[in-house]
Design a binder for this molecule. Structure first.
Ligand code: NAG
Length: 117
């Protein structure tokens, strides 16, 4: 709990902690569907829980994902069907590799939030 609080404190200079979500990140693309609108193509992508953005709200926005002392900036390009009713996310292989060796499969807890630009 202390660790989580410290993490939120560290990012609070970027954006209010209330806007950050905490969940598990995996990198398989199972259970994802593309956003309604096409985003600028990138290898650094994230799928976010579909129930949070049922109509693709915020699609194509930039998201910062933090794990331990690492972070990666990704584009919200897909809706994560299998992540509904959680704050779990699915990263592209390239994005996941910035946070952890892909062999690990999934990592937790990760914090993620939208960047304001
Ligand atoms: C979210 O991840 C947690 C593990 O961190 C898992 O227990 C839970 O089942 C996951 N939820 C969904 C909807 O996948």
């Amino acid at each position: 709990m202390l660790l989580i609080n410290l993490t939120l404190l560290a990012i609070s200079t970027v954006i209010p902690a209330a806007n950050a979500f905490t969940g598990r990140a995996s990198w398989d693309s199972l259970g994802t569907t593309p956003c309604p609108q096409a985003c600028t193509p990138t290898d650094f992508r994230v799928a976010l829980p579909v129930d949070l953005f049922p109509n693709g709200e915020k699609c194509c926005r930039q998201v910062l994902v933090q794990y331990q002392d690492r972070n990666v900036e990704v584009t919200f390009t897909d809706l994560f069907l299998a992540g509904a009713h959680s704050f779990n996310i699915s990263l592209s292989h390239q994005a996941f590799a910035e946070l952890s060796p892909p062999e690990v499969g999934s990592i937790s807890p990760v914090d993620w939030f939208f960047l304001s630009r």
